[in-house]
Design a protein. Structure first.
Length: 66
């Protein structure tokens, strides 16, 4: 049995409260990793095209209200 399969089997034995806690913890961890990736991509200039697109749309008065 792989490490992942062992973890999955253990998760299935959790109480509803522990399962909910784990689910929330994993979601938080995922959000933190996503934020870190966005920050790294931004610092590396990988998202600059989004600024350029927004500025172009603004110059054409084609921005939409959210």
């Amino acid at each position: 049995m792989s490490k992942l399969q062992l973890i999955q089997a253990e998760i299935e034995t959790l109480t509803p409260d522990d399962f909910s806690y784990l689910k929330n913890w994993i979601n938080e961890l995922d959000e933190q990793k996503w934020d870190k990736q966005i920050e790294e991509d931004s610092n590396a200039g990988k998202l600059d095209f989004l600024i350029e697109e927004a500025l172009l749309e603004k110059s054409k008065n084609q921005l939409q209200e959210l």
